[in-house]
Design a protein around this ligand. Structure first.
Ligand SMILES: Cc1ncc(COP(=O)(O)O)c(C=O)c1O
Length: 360
């Protein structure tokens, strides 16, 4: 196997090398305490200062208005599929859900266990290759919010604009959080699991409009109740301290890179050179409608599908790992999160061209 390894895994995913090196340096002695960050109390002044620093960094990176609260919690993206309706809806109430791929589909299914889900449109009819035309969306006037996934990690579809609907938006940004600047006006709540652009798996971030932090609509376990999370500085219980610390290092790294606007430029460039290489080739194809192609997860198929196992094996030998498509979709998926440098994408393109010459 090649000595340089590029990790295209969809999540848990690549982390910035500088972050891992810093964590390594600080591992045995954090802030001169003589112990690691993993071994101190989450109630210690040092850890509380880290949490405050993390929130300030995140607010700065996102330009998050003061009308929003930042909550750190656990349970991942799928946890929020349940905790959002549990916190926001009475069992007899409605919410609109737009289905554009595997994850928003699961979000709708989970929400339906807690309240009434109205499916606005379902891209299953086009094989999750395009976002259904907004003019075809059937909205429910009684719905309290409109839920969608900004980026479909499995099917490689991404919104490049904020949907224009009357209801407040609730967005699953698990796979494109912090990869572009955002305007928050139309959002009520945004959530993201950590294992793509935030850090290692284990932290879930919820951004919620402060006026949505009312008394819990119904009984919600205290550790997942938004109001209780807000009133305890996100620490109603012991958090995953090491993951929070690593995420803070990623936020610092991101700021040093020029923030989310700089990331957006890099992400646009990385994904466009890869899509170009796919579109030019006679072996690879991406069937997602061009205007909705994801900048984070580039999915593609081999026109000769029998070559797929060989493609993945030889890619691995060339140091290109984590390229196997999700089990529900198959094919190839190259995830190009913030921490993936353009050099890694160029290495993949070069490999793809050599492979095509050899076998196609
Ligand atoms: C867009 C999206 N939503 C939700 C999830 C589920 O996240 P978790 O595994 O943290 O529950 C994922 C996981 O990859 C995802 O990509």
């Amino acid at each position: 196997m090649s000595s340089i390894v590029w990790n295209f895994s969809a999540g848990p995913a690549i982390l910035p090398k500088a972050v891992l090196e810093r964590a390594q340096q600080e591992l045995l002695d954090w802030q001169g305490l003589g112990v690691s960050v993993m071994e101190i109390s989450h109630r210690s002044p040092e850890f509380e200062a880290l949490v405050a620093h993390m929130k300030a960094l995140l607010r700065r990176l996102l330009g998050l208005p003061d009308t929003f609260e930042i909550l750190f919690t656990t349970g991942g993206g799928q946890g929020q599929f349940a905790f959002v309706p549990m916190n926001l809806l009475h069992p007899e109430e409605y919410a609109d859900y737009l289905i554009t791929g595997g994850w928003s589909n699961r979000a709708a299914r989970e929400a339906a266990r807690f309240a009434n889900v109205h499916v606005v449109a379902d891209a299953a009819s086009n094989g999750y290759t395009a976002i259904p035309e907004p003019s075809t969306w059937s909205m429910n006037a009684a719905s309290k919010y409109f839920h969608y996934a900004t980026n479909e990690t499995v099917h490689g579809l991404q919104f490049h604009h904020v949907p224009e609907v009357e209801k407040p938006l609730v967005a699953d940004m698990s796979s494109d959080f912090l990869s572009y600047p955002l305007s928050f006006d139309r959002f009520g709540l945004i959530y993201s699991a950590s294992q793509k652009n935030i850090g290692p798996a284990g932290l879930t971030i919820v951004l919620i409009r402060r006026d949505w932090l009312t008394n819990a609509i119904r009984r919600v376990p205290e550790v997942f109740d938004y109001k209780s999370l807000a009133s305890t500085d996100s620490m109603p219980n012991t958090p995953a301290t090491f993951i929070w610390y690593l995420s803070a290092l990623v936020f610092e790294w991101l700021e040093a890179q020029g923030g989310v606007a700089a990331m957006q430029k890099k992400n646009q460039r990385k994904s466009s050179i890869l899509y170009e290489a796919i579109d030019e080739s006679n072996l690879y194809q991406n069937s997602v409608e061009k205007s909705t192609r994801s900048q984070m997860n580039v999915v593609f198929d081999l026109i000769k599908p029998d070559l797929l196992p060989r493609f993945l094996e030889e890619a691995r030998g060339a140091g290109l790992v984590g390229l196997k498509g999700h089990k529900t979709r198959g094919g190839v998926r190259a995830s190009l999160y913030n921490a993936m440098p353009e050099e890694g994408v160029c290495a993949l393109i070069e490999f793809m061209r050599t492979f095509e010459k050899k076998y196609a």
